[in-house]
Design a protein around this ligand. Sequence first.
Ligand SMILES: Cc1cc2nc3c(=O)[nH]c(=O)nc-3n(C[C@H](O)[C@H](O)[C@H](O)COP(=O)(O)OP(=O)(O)OC[C@H]3O[C@@H](n4cnc5c(N)ncnc54)[C@H](O)[C@@H]3O)c2cc1C
Length: 461
Amino acid sequence: MSPTLVQRLQSRLRGTVLGPADAGYDAARTIWNAMIDRRPALVARPLGVGDVVACVRFARDEGLPLSIKGGGHNIAGLAVRDQALTIDMSAMRGVWVDPVARVARAQTGCLLGDVDRETQLHGLAAVLGFVSNTGIAGLTLGGGFGYLTRRFGWSSDNVSAMEVVTADGRIVRASERENPDLFWGLRGGGGNFGVVTGIEYRLHPVGPEIYGGAIAWPADAAGDVFEAFERVLRDAPPEFSCVPLMRNAPPAPWLSTDIHGKPIVALFVCYTGAVEDGERQMAPLRAVGSPVGDVVTRRSYVSQQSLLDATQPNGRRYYWKSEYLPAITPDALQVLREHAARVVSPHAGILIFPIDGRLNALPGDHSAAGNRDAKAVFNITGSWERPEDDAANIEWARRAWRDIRPLSTGGTYVNFLTEEEGDERIRAAYGPNYARLVDVKTAWDPDNLFAANKNITPRRL
Ligand SMILES: Cc1cc2nc3c(=O)[nH]c(=O)nc-3n(C[C@H](O)[C@H](O)[C@H](O)COP(=O)(O)OP(=O)(O)OC[C@H]3O[C@@H](n4cnc5c(N)ncnc54)[C@H](O)[C@@H]3O)c2cc1C
């Protein structure tokens, strides 16, 4: 009998390969968003770069489509693809920190918390996102923003090099000096150019203790809360980050029980300068009305990074809509408030992330991520449990988006694009950088082997 596809790939790898008949296959193809239900032909879990090279060559030899799974958190489910070879990076989670050079090298199966855990041992941090169990790879390759973005820019602005397995199975390094066109494209252009096996982050002295946490009010205080938020943010130093969230209160221990299930407005706050300055920064916000919960305090940076984790569990159904805003204005906040009040699920909400500061200071073509005219990005986050509630939740998110869209910069964040958002929205995500991305794609992946992403179509040669 000739060997099966699973056996043929397995014979080339140190890591494991699973096919549909194997135990563990269903767990391996399952991702964060339960709306996505795809069946790859094979799921391979490389243990090193050699395995990744073998997978890319195997896919080419066998004519199999490829997909790459970092943390599996992409809302559009880009990590998995029907009938494909899925390269699941989750067994490659090494992190090496050089505290003197202030650099961390991370393998791309890492989750954000893996990197924070190692860098914080040295009082250093990479610029990463807000939820500790999401993947570093998709986040960084699409741009990436978090509590440190006002101070240091996109996650990808803080990358000094990447190691990449290319479509023809070579291993290359991309940095300002080595393959600079590829390096430009990788910092925002997603997984379009190869399998990234390692990312080198420039680190910043942050933590291990910072001043941060969350504070919440009943939703009817939103007018006063937003007035104070806008006033404070206008003059706030880049060390200060403050993210409003509107939703119904979850049964979280930090919120008073009588508000559970009722609409709230919360601020997720992080100050990475001196703790005393953070307290001063927070005072005008704290003075608003009567908060129903306040856990803004001295805390570890690691705990700050996981404050929102519980709100985004694996296995719920999710649907998002998002845009960049040129300013956080009373008009925009009013539209978002009105739609937050109409939410149809206890888990859904609307988040507003200020991304002004360092990101705006770099030229628009510094890297593919671009959108450096944006001062904020909002995310309308539909989140619910039962398939029969799909239509109502999707419609809620779409309506809110339709009403706020006229206030957008015209740009949108590639990492928040949903399954149905295609070419027009991908172009909107890159704006003037799109044409150069096509050049990079054509040079590095002319046959579009890496297509399970928000795809940049190569030019026909
Ligand atoms: C709960 C939650 C919170 C989030 N918070 C933030 C946030 O604070 N800031 C922010 O900027 N974004 C945030 N995001 C969006 C997030 O950046 C994207 O979902 C991102 O795609 C997640 O990365 P991942 O590795 O888990 O993705 P995956 O779903 O595994 O992959 C996404 C894409 O990246 C590609 N890819 C993955 N690994 C590699 C690799 N090694 N080489 C090449 N391509 C690869 C895949 O091919 C795919 O196209 C959040 C998402 C979720 C679900």
